[in-house]
Ligand binder design. Structure first.
Ligand code: HEC
Ligand code: HEC
Length: 261
């Protein structure tokens, strides 16, 4: 938990209780998730097809005035005496992987917007983020989401010094899941190279390891985080704490070159 303590120090993050991870799995059957997941995948594919046919270009243009306004919010913030998002997430959206501040660059605008709304309404609780999300008007939320979504994936971080066996176990978990614990393959919902599936699930590759660990631990302990977190709460209930560390190590170490289709 040293990394999380460091994050608190660097960005005044909330005090979190370091809950013990319950060992027992959640009393749900694997089949339930498989059905839910594939139903969602079909839904997502239909949605994506609809977007492609129905003219995503309108969104893709996400006019540059909006992006420029978002860039200014990221740099300077919106309230006197309060820094911009860049103070914690960096102007290029790369975050601070070592202390658990997530990368925002490359996440989709709808995902970013959802999360900002959840933080602002208190559905997703975080003492560091809540105030910053609440400061934004709906128009400013849109602008800052458009800005971070427009950024290229930042330079892949230096491969962290994780044990190779951990990364290799993490890769197996990500790609295959684990039949013994009824764990679905993460790739099923996040895609084989962790790029995420449209607006359904976020990109995870090269994301901060401590941040991933913290999210998974929260879901494993039964937290919801936000409405769509139900998928992850069900999934993380089947993860052991060793596998949480392994899959976080694998995802954090995933280099961009391994991910391009
Ligand atoms: C004081 C530091 C700090 C500032 C300033 C800050 N954030 Fe954050 N942000 C965090 C932390 C810490 C988290 C991780 C929260 C958690 O663990 O749930 C986070 C998470 C997020 C997430 C969720 C990412 C994900 O993958 O789900 C979004 C979106 C976000 N921040 C956007 C912003 C925007 C936009 C601004 C500026 C208006 C901003 N943040 C300013 C610290 C900060
Ligand atoms: C059934 C589909 C499904 C499966 C299987 C799944 N995920 Fe997810 N995952 C999601 C969805 C949907 C979200 C977005 C949740 C939200 O918005 O709160 C998500 C979000 C996440 C996040 C939060 C990312 C962020 O930026 O905050 C992490 C970390 C994550 N998943 C890791 C994993 C790992 C590791 C596995 C495999 C052990 C996995 N997921 C398996 C659907 C899934």
């Amino acid at each position: 938990m040293r990394t999380i303590a460091a994050a608190r120090h660097r960005c005044h993050c909330e005090e979190r209780s370091d809950e013990a991870i319950p060992r027992a799995g959640w009393p749900r059957r694997n089949a339930e998730y498989r059905t839910t997941c594939s139903a969602f995948q079909v839904g997502t594919l239909l949605l994506l097809a609809g977007i492609v046919i129905g003219g995503a270009p309108a969104a893709a243009h996400a006019d540059s005035a909006e992006v420029a306004a978002g860039r200014a919010i990221a740099a300077d913030g919106v309230a006197p005496g309060r820094p911009g998002c860049a103070a914690c997430h960096m102007q290029d959206g790369s975050g601070q992987p070592d202390v658990g501040i997530p990368r925002l660059a490359g996440l989709t605008a709808p995902y970013l917007l959802d999360q900002l709304n959840y933080f602002a309404s208190g559905l997703r609780q975080n003492a560091a983020m809540g105030p910053y999300a609440r400061m934004l008007t709906p128009a400013q939320q849109q602008q800052v989401a458009a800005y971070f979504a427009s950024l290229p994936l930042p330079q892949a971080p230096e491969p962290p010094d994780f044990r190779a066996t951990q990364v290799s176990r993490g890769r197996t978990v990500f790609l295959n899941g684990d039949e013994r614990t009824n764990l679905l393959a993460c790739a099923l919902c996040h895609g084989p190279t962790a790029l995420g599936v449209g607006d359904f699930s976020p990109d995870l590759g090269g994301q901060s390891g401590p941040y991933i660990e913290e999210q998974l631990t929260h879901w494993h302990a039964g937290g919801l985080r936000d409405p769509k977190g139900a998928f992850m709460r069900a999934e993380a209930g089947h993860l052991t704490s060793a596998d949480i560390e392994a899959v976080a190590a694998y995802l954090a170490s995933l280099q961009d070159t391994e991910r391009k289709p």
